[in-house]
Ligand binder design. Sequence first.
Ligand code: PGA
Length: 263
Amino acid sequence: MKTRTIVAGNWKMHTDATEAGNLMEALVGWSAADQGDVQMIVAPPYPFLAAAVEQVKKAADGPSTIIIAAQNCHQEESGAFTGEVSVPMLRSMGVGACIVGHSERREYYGETDEVVGRKVSLLLKHGLQPIYCCGERREEREEGRYRDVVSTQIHTALGALSPEEVAKVVVAYEPVWAIGTGLTATPEQAQEVHAFIRAELQALSGGMAAGIPILYGGSCKPENAEGIFAESDINGGLIGGAALVAEKFIELMRIAQRIKTAA
Ligand code: PGA
């Protein structure tokens, strides 16, 4: 089975309405003509999701295949949760995917793997693609505990799902020490953890782990993506900073196309 290759952009709390519109326009224009087999996913901030979905629908050169993702969602379907955004809301506006468990959500908003697991389950119930993030902090790597940490995260968040559900998840391995720091895991370091994650997913997915895309995230940019994407268990990237510049993000798509098509 050929695993899907995905390049996903997480804009975080960046851009304003005009910048978001311009960035989407550049990506839509490129992807309609050129996207090939690599799936582009773009996660703008909540207020710009509706416009992004419309831009993708109205792509001038025929329908673009970009999937628009949210950066987070609530774990309940609806209710008195002021300021929160639900999965049914996202679905109703044409959003196709959602990042959950990003380390910034874990660190600044106290998200636990129990809560993240409920988000994954709700996303699957409503037909959205969950992009589940995991990864160790700097001290956990230095102490050699990174495998245990990642294993606990995955088992806690995904352990209650059925094997069929687990097989539908996209996983992003994002070592916290590499996010936004300019420090990148070496291709070997990343591959080691990706292979480990795939082995952990094998039992949880009833033997379907080979088909689960596992993306690398953490200061991934055109200058270092070639080596990272060339690793066999790395099926693309979750990109922060470099996703805010259309040329860089498109270059990352091109690198993924070249390397994964040749593989
Ligand atoms: P970065 O962010 O590429 O800016 O390190 C990655 C992420 O947080 O998803």
